[in-house]
Write a protein that binds this ligand. Structure first.
Ligand code: ZN
Length: 498
């Protein structure tokens, strides 16, 4: 029997943990958004200091005491889940020797700098020794964390608890075959989608108003969040009542800011709709990075990327668009946002070819971690796979293997989440559609029903449920790539008349 005093003390410790997290976030946000260059060094020192305090709290004997006290508590399910989450964090932090972690953090800064230089010079050989070290550190980490079937599982699990190589190897090949087949048909189509009607001057202030108006339509709570500007759009959530998102403006292509705002808006809806009982606990976070991405992609692609969305919001568009855009129809807006063109750069890829970029990285990461590939062969293998999957070959390392920052930061196991998220989104959509008739809801501007469904099945749980359990409970099925295949094939066969 746990006494109330112990519960109160544990909750107070969690509150302290949550406050320290908020302080770090606030400093990081300000560092991203506002800091003058000369202020950076002192700021990083402050971030380091508070992060260290948080680390100490998470790995303290006091924390361990409460974990052991509550992790088997039969009377309080929520407290039990919180204790288990704290335990996962405690174990993760304690398993890696501090010295090793410190070395890794220091190497990371150097490695990122070398990668930037290598990219500039388009010279993989310059970066190669650092990539070797980054792989070696990750191999050591996975040894400390432990894994069953595949070393790579331990890396995937940092971001996507429960996800395995076995599962991904079971779904990716099918998805790849279907996409390559669809891409072949699109490439053979005579249909040309004309973007020129949309790529005209659209003042930044109008783009911002349009983005805000559409964000409010999807249910983004402007009293519990803000929209700001940054080079790379992102979402920063302090807690459910303070969710900051950013977008960027291209004066000659409003599509970039609007789709980024709705992507980040999707992330924000998730963050703003955790159940209140999770506040100030480590469960007031998204279930996983893949589930987080699924929500951003859902609102960006399935809702904003539908013809019905533009039919329902054509008046909103015209209210904020300059008069040169006033003869556009919903069909123009829809079609011109769906050009498919295989490209070399992942971040510029459309939704059809994007998963192919991910699969190349996934296959190479696995091979690297398992030591199955010679480092110097990597650029060649990369280029070969680009040709096989996308039909385009990078003319240089800069546009090939050196394009992403992830490996230089030692982030392995992250790339697959983008495509896992898209599969989650498609599968959730399939079930939701049977219950709500999504097109009808979008056409009638009843988006609150969609947000409500997602809140009931995904958002409210925060981190108290694992992503694959959320998926299974919501759709009654394990991960199934068919729904994404159906979505992409249906949408683009129609658009390209193939
Ligand atoms: Zn995202």
């Amino acid at each position: 029997m746990v006494i109330q005093k112990e519960k109160d003390a544990f909750l107070a410790l969690l509150k302290e943990q949550s406050v320290l997290k908020n302080i770090t976030f606030m400093m990081q946000w300000d560092t991203h958004a506002n800091i003058p260059p000369k202020g950076l060094d002192d700021r990083l020192e402050s971030v380091g200091y508070i992060s260290e305090k948080l680390h100490q709290l998470n790995t303290s004997d006091k924390m361990k005491y409460y974990i052991d006290l509550f992790k088997e508590d039969p009377d309080d399910e929520l407290l039990r889940q919180i204790a288990l989450e704290c335990e996962a964090l405690y174990d993760k932090n304690r398993k890696i020797p501090q010295q090793l972690h410190k070395e890794f953090v220091m190497l990371k800064a150097k490695s990122e700098a070398v990668w930037q230089e290598a990219r500039k010079q388009s010279d993989f050989q310059l970066f190669q020794p650092y990539l070797e070290k980054m792989v070696a550190y990750n191999q050591q980490f996975t040894d400390y964390w432990g894994y069953d079937a595949h070393r790579y599982d331990a890396l995937l699990n940092q971001y996507e608890p429960g996800m395995t190589v076995e599962l991904l190897d079971g779904v990716f090949p099918k998805l790849r075959t279907a996409i390559i087949d669809l891409l072949g048909r699109i490439n053979g189509s005579d249909k040309e989608i004309n973007e020129s009607k949309l790529t005209k001057y659209f003042p930044e202030a109008n783009q911002k108003e349009l983005s805000l108006a559409l964000l409010s339509k999807i249910g983004f709570d402007g009293q519990a969040g803000r929209l700001d500007t940054s080079v790379h759009p992102y979402t920063f959530a302090f807690h459910k009542n303070d969710v900051r998102i950013t977008t960027r403006y291209n004066p000659n292509d409003f599509r970039e800011s609007v789709s980024s705002a709705l992507h980040e808006g999707g992330h924000a809806l998730y963050e703003q709709n955790f159940a209140d009982k999770l506040r100030n606990t480590p469960l007031a976070e998204v279930s996983s990075m893949g589930m987080h991405e699924s929500q951003a992609l859902y609102w960006e692609s399935f809702i904003h990327g539908s013809k019905e969305f533009w039919e329902a919001n054509l008046d909103v568009f015209k209210t904020h668009a300059p008069k040169e855009f006033h003869d556009l129809t919903a069909s123009d807006l829809y079609q011109s946002s769906h050009v498919v063109k295989p490209s070399l750069i992942r971040v510029e890829a459309d939704e059809v070819t994007y998963p192919l970029h991910i699969m190349i990285r996934y296959e190479l990461e696995k091979a690297l971690l398992d030591g199955e590939v010679k480092m110097s062969d990597l650029p060649g293998i990369w280029n070969e796979k680009m040709k096989d999957y996308l039909g385009v070959a990078p003319p240089s390392d800069r546009e090939g293997i050196l394009q992403d920052i992830h490996w230089s930061s030692g982030d392995f196991g992250y790339f697959p989440l983008y495509t896992i998220g898209m599969m989650y989104a498609a599968q959730l959509h399939h079930t939701m559609d049977k219950e709500l008739h999504v097109k009808q809801r979008v056409r009638n501007n009843e988006l609150e029903q969609i947000k409500g469904w997602l809140t009931d099945h995904v958002y409210q749980y925060g981190k108290s449920k694992k992503p694959l359990d959320i998926l299974m409970n919501a759709t009654n099925e394990p991960l199934n790539p068919d729904y994404l295949i159906t979505y992409l094939t249906g949408k683009y066969s129609d658009l390209y008349e193939v």
